[in-house]
Design a protein around this ligand. Structure first.
Ligand code: PLP
Length: 800
């Protein structure tokens, strides 16, 4: 864009005057961000147009990744990096007295997701473009992303998030491509030319307007598209009450549901799902028709991937269009649909499996419901032939049963590929949760272990480490992250390891400053930074972590000779606003923090920090500063985890259970470079199946546990009354469904081993290096290459 920084400066100042109508002297940080952002987007537009043109000409297959969440974070710095413009811009701005890192903070996070699932979608967008693969995202342009979290007197308070308040520089509104989405109404059936024709009439429509964002690949001309749909009133509403209609319409893209693990049972949520799916598929079909005329070869040119079951209505919606609008017969439509749709499963938690009551589904989407019924009937027919007379089995597998539509079953039946997100997770799907479907469709099941983009989570988030790695092994790892493995050659090089540790120290200093800024608290960068950041959920067991802190505190208070390496325990977590128990855990963490941090006897060794409003931009400062990564979910519950990979890539050592991708992290880092504890997934699942666990026994037989559990309710924390009764009850009365007490002792042991290992800095640094060195496998480039070759069967398009 600019041959040198002088050229950049000239262009920047000119653009600033044009866009903001101010002189440089009057301009603010936000003006600078706005100006630079617009310059970058405009710069990208030629490649964007060319990429689309290239895809059109090449006529190959393109992928559309449908996701109800995209947790993008900030884009400016990442885009500059991918475009190779970072240095010239940084230097040019410096001459003008502007710090790029400060300027970047004027950009709000695009927080259109809850956690791992949404962040995965964002990482995939980056890898698709960087690998020059024709893959685009489709999502919803929520006016308010995930709520902003404040902590007030130890409690979580939620504020509406406002990322669009000052406009968004990366999006382009494409009003001419708007699509009308019908809801409610009824279906008219008529006979036309000897076959039945269905028409959805008396519908209330909502207009879906696309906002396109360019997805810039790393040092390539490929610019893919992320299309986010905005819900707006239709021009000709049949509604009487216009204001009510407008309000209801806009509510469809107003809020992101702040939870992806509970089915809220809300009409609005189902409306959002159909809105996303229908708008995306119609727009895909529109451009397909333009290029190829009919839809008979649709599946050869288009792949539609659904990220979890939220977009599973893609299956009946595609069927509906092929049959009702294209006039195809059922069989051909079914062939095309099931060759187009592929599905990723993200969880085996039964409370997270989506089910919709027929009484909501049918009136809202009458024609789509008819098609789901027909899919169900044909599937049950097939089951009947396979398992004649076994009604119970058929009922269990049916898509519609007991007045509910089971979205996962629809996905399993209507797609050609079903993948889990880590090796263990896929095995659990095949052997347990979905074993009946696995018997029917063994060829559909496959594993794609999740990944993260190393460009954001290492190159951008940890510039010191990235530079140091490049000095050591060259810059080939940026394109081929598996080259990180050659870092292993330095494992006995004490000067290399010394420098590695200095970088960690500097990153810890950076985080310490952020902590002071946010909380006013001083933490010691020489202490071990022991970090757990992720959504708050019972299965993720933040409770186990904070109980360990309470245990350490008790030891310090009671045993004057107790030795431990000073540790700073850092938490970051949002709880879903309606998740009462999770909010109690946040209160407990803050209550323990209050007690420990104020106690002069303890706070030399122990500090507890709760970082408010955990989100992508904060995460980028957290991972590089971690010594210990807490990945302590109840085994079998965490499908993969991706936070675990970000920590590893930044040289933190994992304290974790054999769950999700931790198992693969252990393989890649080496058994001696990870701290594993607790029950295995098989043991947990066997307990669930056969019983035999009695948390009360652990309470009675382990004094350490009894002391900590009693402290929840015995006045140990002043002025908390019955605040923590629900936690106490979950552990004892409800028999501790997540095996916190069962794993406590093993956790304490492994934590103490980790502390000892840290004392031997030579050993620790080597362990840290081996984690970085083994982390290349967890780049989402590897994951996306696997999706591209095994599931989607796509190649780069039109690049020589
Ligand atoms: C990576 C990431 C997550 C997922 O973390 P897990 O530990 O895998 O649950 C959640 N939120 C943000 C902001 C992330 O960057």
């Amino acid at each position: 864009m600019f041959a040198n920084k002088e050229e950049f400066k000239g262009a920047f100042l000119k653009k600033l005057e044009m866009m903001c109508g101010k002189s440089f002297g009057e301009s603010t940080q936000r003006d600078h961000y706005f100006t630079l952002g617009n310059m970058v987007r405009e710069y990208v537009s030629t490649s964007w147009i060319n990429t689309n043109e290239r895809y059109r000409m090449a006529k190959g297959k393109q992928i559309y990744y449908l996701s109800i969440e995209f947790l993008l974070g900030r884009l400016l710095h990442h885009n500059l990096l991918n475009l190779g413009l970072e240095d010239v811009v940084r230097e040019g701005l410096e001459d003008l007295g502007i710090d790029l890192n400060r300027l970047e903070e004027a950009e709000p996070d695009a927080g259109l997701g809850n956690g791992g699932l949404g962040r995965l979608a964002a990482c995939f967008m980056d890898s698709l473009a960087s690998l020059d693969l024709p893959g685009h995202g489709c999502g919803i342009r929520y006016k308010h992303g995930l709520f902003e979290q404040k902590i007030v007197e130890g409690y979580q308070v939620e504020l509406p998030e406002q990322w669009l308040r000052h406009g968004h520089v990366w999006e382009v509104r494409r009003a001419e491509l708007a699509i009308e989405i019908p809801f409610w109404g009824n279906v008219e059936v008529r006979e036309e030319n000897g076959r039945l024709a269905f028409r959805h009439v008396n519908a209330e429509t909502i207009t879906a307007v696309p906002y396109d964002m360019p997805v810039v690949g790393y040092k390539t001309d490929t610019v893919n598209t992320l299309r986010l749909w905005n819900a707006e009133p239709s021009p000709y509403p049949i509604h009487q009450d216009i204001l009510k209609y407008k309000r209801e319409t806009e509510s469809v893209s107003e809020f992101l549901y702040p939870d992806d693990t509970h089915d809220e049972g809300k009409i609005l949520r189902l409306k959002q799902q159909y809105f996303l799916v229908s708008a995306s598929i119609r727009s895909i079909i529109r451009s397909h028709r333009k290029r190829y005329g009919g839809l008979h070869s649709f599946h050869e040119h288009v792949g539609i991937h659904i990220n979890d079951t939220h977009p599973v209505l893609a299956i009946p919606e595609l069927m509906r269009i092929l049959i009702d609008e294209e006039g195809m017969g059922w069989e051909e439509a079914w062939q095309i649909t099931t060759k187009t749709i592929s599905y990723t499963n993200h969880t085996t938690l039964s409370e997270a499996l989506e089910k919709w009551p027929v009484r909501i589904f049918q009136p809202l989407l009458p024609r789509v419901y008819m098609i789901v019924e027909e899919i169900n009937e044909r599937f049950c027919q097939q089951l009947w032939e396979q398992y004649p007379g076994d009604w119970q089995h058929i009922e269990q597998l049916a898509i519609i049963a007991h007045g509910e539509v089971k979205m996962a079953h629809l996905a399993l039946v209507g797609s050609y590929s079903v993948n889990g997100v880590a090796a263990l997770h896929t095995e659990i799907l095949k052997k347990r949760e979905m074993s009946s479907f696995y018997r029917i469709y063994p060829e559909k099941f496959n594993n794609k272990t999740n990944g993260i983009t190393h460009r954001r989570w290492l190159l951008k988030a940890n510039p010191l480490l990235a530079k140091f790695i490049t000095e050591g092994i060259g810059n080939g790892w940026i394109r081929e992250p598996e080259q990180l493995s050659s870092l292993a050659q330095f494992k006995e090089d004490s000067s290399f390891l010394e420098q590695l540790s200095q970088i960690k120290q500097q990153n810890k200093l950076r985080l310490a400053k952020r902590i002071e800024e946010q909380t006013g608290m001083m933490v010691d960068p020489a202490s071990i930074f022991d970090i757990q950041v992720k959504r708050l959920h019972a299965y993720k067991r933040q409770l186990l972590n904070i109980m360990h802190v309470m245990y350490l505190y008790n030891r310090i208070k009671e045993d004057g000779n107790f030795q431990m390496n000073p540790r700073t325990f850092i938490f970051g977590a949002k709880a879903s606003p309606g998740y009462y128990y999770a909010k109690k855990i946040i209160k407990l963490i803050n209550t323990v923090a209050e007690k420990v941090n104020r106690d002069p006897l303890a706070n030399e060794k122990l500090k507890v920090v709760f970082l408010e409003n955990y989100r992508v931009s904060l995460a980028e400062e957290v991972f590089p500063a971690a010594d210990i990564s807490e990945q302590i979910s109840t085994a079998s519950k965490e499908a993969s985890g991706t936070g675990n990979m970000k920590f590893m890539m930044n040289g933190a050592l994992t304290v974790g259970t054999l769950d999700g991708a931790n198992i693969e992290i252990k393989e890649k880092a080496g058994d001696e470079n990870i701290f594993i504890f607790g029950l295995s997934a098989d043991q947990v699942l066997n307990y669930y199946q056969n019983g035999g666990y009695h948390s009360m026994e652990y309470y009675h037989h382990d004094e350490r546990i009894r002391q900590v559990v009693d402290q929840l309710t015995n006045g140990f924390f002043p002025d908390t009354d019955d605040e923590f009764d629900p936690i106490y009850d979950s552990l004892l009365t409800e028999n501790d469904q997540y095996f916190v007490l069962r794993d406590f002792s093993s956790y304490v042991n492994v934590q103490s081993q980790a502390g000892k290992a840290y004392e031997d800095q030579g050993r620790w640094r080597k362990m840290s290096l081996m984690n970085i060195s083994g982390s290349g496998y967890f780049s989402s480039d590897r994951t996306i290459n696997e999706y591209a070759s095994d599931i989607w069967r796509i190649k780069t398009l039109g690049i020589k």
